[in-house]
Ligand binder design. Sequence first.
Ligand code: GLV
Ligand code: MG
Length: 369
Amino acid sequence: MRNPRTFAVPLAAGAPCPPLEIPVKPARMIHFFDPSNEKMSGKLPELARQCDVLLGNLEDAVPVDRKVAAREGLVKLGREVDFGEAALWTRVNALESPWVLDDLMLLVGELGQRLEVIMVPKVEGAWDIHYVDRLLAQLESRHGVSKPILVHAILETALGVTNLEEIAAASPRLQGMSFGPADLAASRRMKTTRVGGGHPGYRVIEDPDPRDGDAPRRSAQQDLWHYSIGRMVDACAATGILPFYGPFGDIGDVIGCEAQFRAAFLMGCVGAWTLHPRQIEVARKVFSPDPEEVRFAKKVIEAIPDGRGVHMIDGKMQDDATWKQCKVMVSLAEMLAHKDPGLAEEYGLEGKSPEEAGVELGEAAPTAR
Ligand code: GLV
Ligand code: MG
């Protein structure tokens, strides 16, 4: 049991109060970079203009002999590079690794609140979040950090998926969750060798033709990840945090990447990881709602200002439930229009800052109007 009156009380004397609401900001693409790679780091100012979030990766994909260089490189970049409107996040090493303690100690001390979100890999249960939560409070207190650093859990083990509701509710500091299909496949002993996406062997097939058993039968690939992403989206929506799809490893398959991102977007995810500059535009396209849909949603809201009753608009029934969906769509579009003048024009909307757009997460499901 936790005393609800202590939810917003810091976990260390002198640390800032944990947030009671998670800010909703554009995070359509979380672009991963290796801070030990100088060539990649040189491109950050340019990438910052294209991306909502830039994430300095310290975990998998950074070789063991470059772990220290990546950590120190991130400190240097976090201090020297102008990230403009892009947020700076990091993915620290896993909690059982020999590097994570130094990752957290150095980054909080040197970068403080310049780091908006810390992604924690391979989270298995609420206990992992409790550990990071308390340690961050102690470090924030020691270094005089005045804005709490948020925590993001990667869901990438069978136990993590089993415990995802408890993980989502483990701390007011939890900002969101990402779905990690590569480690999850390994943890589940799935018979795949991929990072996300479908598999040609995982499919449904129509029944045989009763008149001709040898006739070809239509068949289609199915989404391997649907069930777990659905559970993640529910756990996040239920606790007021944000769900994300993770990586898509086949960099050359832009169409497959778009399909995977779009399925996640339609199910409720707000963004995805991008591992290569080519995927940035895919994420921008997918996670910015379609202008036609936005125009229709706007029409519904204008036609039913109070959201009550049943109405027919363009031959489609609209009621309280569709009105709420339209509000989510228009609020997101207004927030994106604020950031991107091109989108403002396509949507025919005035941009609004996240605060003005009123996309506090609770508003996705208003109960009283
Ligand atoms: C991401 O880290 C994954 O394992 O998919
Ligand atoms: Mg992983």
